[in-house]
Design a binder for this molecule. Structure first.
Ligand code: EPS
Length: 401
């Protein structure tokens, strides 16, 4: 399927930096590096992060696509330098380093179970796992978050906001409030693990501390939510236009994600239809939902691969990180002998940060679906198209005299 807003990233974890290029953002969108820096800073937070986060202070330099504070409609390139590269200049040099030994080149021959190390070495025919792990590292998500910040700006101009919160760390589950707060991130950003349940937060912090002391890691679950969406993004007509599939793919593309649920998710498979589906009522106030409302939102804002106008609710499961301070069994790829996996500096738990990355991926997919539905080369045009479409849905919903 042709993507209307698309992005790519480049960069190795300890290389010079990460680059994001976002294409298809309409002209006339106000944007500043501060918008990008704010999300990059949120990605660095969370109890359980490792030493690297003390070194980095991620900011995004806009290299193209923006002039005098507004987008031009051209590709937007954003550069995020790695401060830590200064300590890796030899081992990550672009040039051959004759005479340098394995240690100074930080070569890795002991692949970590769970990471891309081994499959990457085999697939790309590399003797040194560093050739793989530098790119498979979740450091790449800094570029996704920078790209996502641009998409978020576009969505916010169109009345859509995106937030997230953590619902589980390992065995510790947090009960979200029955009514989601209007400004989700204002609340979740103030928690050390981005959890809305203060009691659970304390238990989660304890679990992360205990895992860290044991040389272990923890995964968990987070929820991403978009509110203010109009009905009609995505489509039922072809498999690759269904928005639930596009969103699930985007979430599963984030490093270490293992499962996605939309709305009631897997729980829907255990209930009868009458206990699952959201009954329809007319409501002339709900203009974004086309003049209808639902008594509840088990569907999580999507029916037939298309937005309903209700909040979009996605839950994502993350596996525990595969860089363990107390490493698992592996093999020395030079000799075939059994050996413990390499110890790479890493985080104990990165679920709070992963939720911020989930927001970015949600923003990028929704910005794409918005431009797909509404077209428009400028913000003014896309805005007018949105108003026109919503007016038409309301006219259709109004009972004929
Ligand atoms: C990082 C994500 C993790 C960290 C990395 C920074 O990447 P990975 O998926 O490889 O575990 O480990 O930090 C380091 C590589 C380091 O030198 O400490 C991030 O999100 O910025």
């Amino acid at each position: 399927m042709l993507q209307h807003v698309r992005f790519t990233t480049a960069g190795e974890s300890h290389g010079k930096g990460a680059l994001a290029i976002v294409e298809g953002i309409p002209a006339g969108l106000p944007i500043s590096p501060a918008d990008i820096a704010a999300d990059l800073a949120r990605r660095q937070l969370g109890y359980g992060r490792g030493g690297r986060m003390e070194i980095e202070k991620d900011t995004g330099e806009i290299l193209s696509g923006v002039r005098l504070g507004e987008t031009l409609g051209s590709p937007i390139a954003i550069w995020i330098p790695n401060r830590d590269h200064a300590n890796w200049a030899t081992s990550m040099s672009v040039y051959p380093q004759p005479g340098a030994d394995d240690e100074s080149l930080r070569r890795v021959y002991l692949p970590r179970p769970g990471h891309a190390d081994l499959v990457g070495m085999l697939k790309y025919d590399r003797a040194d796992a560093r050739d793989i792990l530098e790119r498979s590292s979740a450091r790449e998500t800094s570029a996704r978050v920078a790209a996502g910040a641009v998409a978020r700006r576009l969505l916010s101009e169109l009345g859509v906001s995106i937030g997230s919160h953590v619902t589980r760390i390992g065995a510790e589950h947090g009960e979200p409030p029955a009514e989601r707060p209007a400004d989700l991130n204002a609340l979740s950003d103030s928690s050390r693990v981005r959890c809305l349940d203060a009691e659970a937060e304390a238990r989660m912090v304890g679990a992360i501390a205990a895992a860290g002391e044991a040389g272990d890691t923890l995964g968990g679950e987070f929820e991403v939510v978009a509110t203010g969406l109009p009905v009609g993004l995505g489509s039922h007509v072809s498999w690759d236009r269904r928005l639930d599939g596009r969103l699930a793919g985007a979430m599963m593309s984030i490093q270490a994600m293992k499962g996605v649920e939309i709305g009631l998710g897997f729980e829907a498979s255990r209930r009868r239809g009458s206990e699952v589906h959201d009954e329809i009522a007319a409501d002339s106030v709900q203009s974004r939902a086309g003049g209808f409302r639902r008594a509840r939102n088990h569907a999580g804002g999507l029916e037939g691969g298309t937005t309903t106008g209700e909040p979009l609710v996605i839950r994502v499961a993350m596996k525990p990180l595969s860089s363990l301070t107390r490493p698992l069994a592996s093999v020395d790829v030079r000799t075939g002998e059994a050996a413990a996996a390499v110890r790479e500096r890493s985080d104990v738990c990165a679920v709070p940060a992963a939720a911020v990355v989930g927001e970015a991926m949600l923003a990028l997919v929704l910005a794409d679906a918005m431009v797909e539905k509404l077209g428009g080369d400028s913000l003014a045009e896309i805005r007018a198209n949105l108003e026109g479409f919503l007016r038409r849905t309301i006219d259709r919903a109004r009972p004929r005299a």
